[in-house]
Design a protein around this ligand. Structure first.
Ligand code: ADP
Length: 260
């Protein structure tokens, strides 16, 4: 009869993850869960460990202790030896479970929009070129860029490049999408089109863990918000609760004051 037994199992479970760079503790026993269909937003001051957390979930970074599971399967790696035991192909296929979109657009400059999306589909997912092209066209349509399939990144605006980046990540059918400050490098007038794409994916039930400084968006789009400070989770709860002006959490209050 306990609540825990009735709760849906977490799609992503981060349990007591700690990490130091040399003597600097960057993550201090971080725990969080994202259930299927949830959009969880991580906010917090610069240097609080948000990006490092996402990089640990996507195996771009190792951690020192704790565990990270997706659908019950341990996915992160704690040390270089574990990493070496996994082939590059294994790592690539595990990474594909967690699509990641970065602040910089990270598109391959010599490949078209469709080519960028097709690459992982053919190399990692083993799709034929024809299948990959048709999936790429589907997702480009979904982000409003059907007419840009054959454009190179340099021929696209920043907002369009970021929409291709999102299409590239979701085309791999990840179980969870990780978004790391994906609008921070954009001119303000281009932020809305990218957030609209994220919102429509959320409405379709895509599970997401995102880091953003767009507080209005976090308030509207998140199921829950995690506030990080100094490498730890300082507060977690529904947006209304976390973003409330009258919060008693001093650090959260002073962080939020910057956005008012
Ligand atoms: P946030 O995303 O919240 O701004 P980060 O995860 O980028 O925070 O960084 C957390 C801390 O870890 C910062 O103090 C940063 O300087 C440090 N850090 C991040 N990456 C490295 C690295 N590769 N080597 C050493 N220190 C790092």
């Amino acid at each position: 009869m306990s609540d825990a037994s009735n709760a849906p199992p977490a799609l992503l479970e981060v349990r007591d993850v700690s990490k130091a760079f040399g003597a600097v503790a960057v993550l201090r026993s971080v725990s969080l869960e994202v259930t299927r269909g949830e959009v969880v937003t991580v906010i917090g001051p610069s240097g609080s460990g948000k990006t490092t957390l996402l990089r640990c979930v996507n195996f771009l970074e190792s951690y020192d202790s704790g565990s990270i599971r997706i659908d019950g399967r341990e996915v992160g790696y704690r040390d270089a030896a574990t990493r070496q035991r996994r082939s590059e192909r294994d790592l690539a296929s595990m990474r594909a479970e967690t699509g990641m979109v970065f602040q910089g657009f990270n598109l391959f400059p010599h490949l078209t929009a469709a080519g960028n999306i097709m690459l992982g589909l053919t190399k990692v997912r083993g799709k034929s070129a024809a299948e990959a092209r048709s999936i790429a066209e589907h997702w480009l349509g979904r982000v409003g860029l059907a007419h840009k399939a054959d454009s190179l990144p340099a021929e696209l605006s920043g907002g369009q490049q970021q929409r291709v980046g999102i299409a590239r990540a979701v085309a791999m059918e990840p179980k969870i999408l990780l978004l790391d400050e994906i609008t921070s490098a954009l001119d303000p007038e281009l932020v809305g089109e990218v957030l609209a794409v994220v919102r429509s994916l959320a409405e379709d039930g895509m599970t997401m863990l995102m880091v953003t400084h767009e507080m209005a968006f976090a308030r509207d789009a998140s199921s829950r918000i995690v506030f990080m400070a100094d490498g730890g989770v300082s507060a977690v709860g529904p947006p209304k609760e976390i973003l409330a002006a009258e919060t008693t959490n001093e650090r959260l209050r002073s962080f939020l004051a910057r956005f008012r």
